[in-house]
Design a binder for this molecule. Sequence first.
Ligand SMILES: NC(=O)c1ccc[n+]([C@@H]2O[C@H](COP(=O)([O-])OP(=O)(O)OC[C@H]3O[C@@H](n4cnc5c(N)ncnc54)[C@H](O)[C@@H]3O)[C@@H](O)[C@H]2O)c1
Ligand SMILES: N[C@@H](CCC=O)C(=O)O
Length: 544
Amino acid sequence: MAKGFFSVPKAVNEPIKSYAPGTPEREALQATINEMSTQKIDIPMYIGSEEVRTNNLGTCVSPHDHQNVVGEYHKGDKDHVTQAINAALGAREAWAEMSWEHRASIFLKAADLLAGPYRAKINAATVIGQSKTAHQAEIDSACELIDFLRFNVKFMTEIYQDQPESAPGMWNRSEYRPLEGFIFALTPFNFTAIAGNLPTAPAMMGNTIVWKPSHDQIYSANVLMEVFKEAGVPDGVINLVYVSGPDAGDVIFNHPDFAGLHFTGSTGVFQDLWATIGNNIEKYKTYPRIVGETGGKDFILAHKSATPKGLATAITRGAFEFQGQKCSAASRVYVPNNIWDEVKGYIIDDANDIIKNHMGTPHDFKNFFTAVINERSFDKCAGYIERAKESDMCEIIAGGGYDKSKGFFVEPTIIVTKDPNYESMVEEIFGPIVTIYVYDAEYFDEAIYLVDNTSTYALTGAIFSQDRYAIEYATRKLVNAAGNFYINDKPTGAVVGQQPFGGSRASGTNDKAGSAINLMRWTTPRTLKETFVPPTDYKYPFMG
Ligand SMILES: NC(=O)c1ccc[n+]([C@@H]2O[C@H](COP(=O)([O-])OP(=O)(O)OC[C@H]3O[C@@H](n4cnc5c(N)ncnc54)[C@H](O)[C@@H]3O)[C@@H](O)[C@H]2O)c1
Ligand SMILES: N[C@@H](CCC=O)C(=O)O
């Protein structure tokens, strides 16, 4: 047990490496990509102390080269979900009782492994399996995950330090227990860091986990599990299974020890899960915690005073980095007519330059833009593009092409619409398609109203303006339109510890990943009151 009031190492953001020509990190990453992309690895499930192989195999491919099979994973079924729950429950007592500093130490070691010996491997896995460029992989699978781990250790200790007052004659204490049961971490394809954070955040607070990743992220999830094991996460604390979502849900949401859902993914899936949990509420020992960060229809609103070049660059980066597959991606933009011609010229030039010179495999570091994650996503994007081509209300001013012969490539596409409620202004596409509505520069209030009322989501948004009154006004009027609001910046790229991330309305429970708010959801505090000298007479003084 602890024999000191320990302070943890100061959390600082992991510096982002540049991967510029001639740097050692570029050489290491390139070599690791070359080596890993020519291998086909065998990927087991991890349940308790076992590596589980079923020989019912699924494949991991590169989205930018879908015939290249880089891994085969062993698919599980409902029995494996039950085994994973049993392993989590079996490991729970020892893990919950371990002193917090040892839990902290394990995750700080995981951060250092990712920052050092595993950096090239986790980035290469994300480049190969999720088609991120070197830069996008670095800010996600290396830096953001390292930050999650280090900052969560700091937040954990801040929570533990939060103690009640004690009046004379007594000592009041708060004890931050893990939840009574197991946690289900259900993770998306698009951020390796999120896949790593959703099981580790509750685990850090003493919980044990059943983790089901997206099928499209299994390749890098396997590297994460290797890191967790090397860092010393004990068997059974994080159990990784590859089963269908509905199979996992059928077992987990009917289990009496289900204590919490840590979800990131689409809004529709989250709402279905919430409904199922609600319907099953009488089956559980405790009220499960439900944390879900979900979809977005993220906006950029420009005021007539906005600087055209800065706005255009924010549109290009915000909409097209990682092929628009960030929940935060700019996907609807409101531009005033006084600056539109200039902005239009810049963004068309950017899109054409990307298509001509910087689109292709992420293995080639000159590329800014690669493939979307899978055929379903490709077909969905193609559908939006074809409908826009046919619509009288729309014009495609850049991109609009797509080709899935080798990889799932959809060009960066800019739609201009005359209808502010056109489908691509309203629905989450999750691909490289941005839609622009040009408004009369003198009607800023109407543009604000549209921003606030067009979509059910409220994840990220940005205002571009050089007029401080306009900035203040939009910030106030759009108070509920985004959980992360940017002023003269693109709406993507939140950094742990700097811009706590999450949205409300249909975008989630806004428990801010990588913050104390999130960690609080994974603990159920017990209050202890100790009286030093108990009273010995039941009568009160007023009784005379
Ligand atoms: N708000 C945020 O912080 C944030 C961050 C990243 C991604 N996202 C959102 O995630 C989505 C993209 O990720 P995705 O395509 O992997 O999401 P998704 O909803 O398709 O899948 C998320 C997870 O849920 C599982 N799943 C799917 N259907 C299920 C079901 N019926 N029952 C149980 N599990 C099921 C998937 O296998 C996966 O593991 C986008 O909507 C994006 O906006 C949000
Ligand atoms: N936190 C990331 C988005 C994560 C969702 O996909 C950002 O701010 O761009």
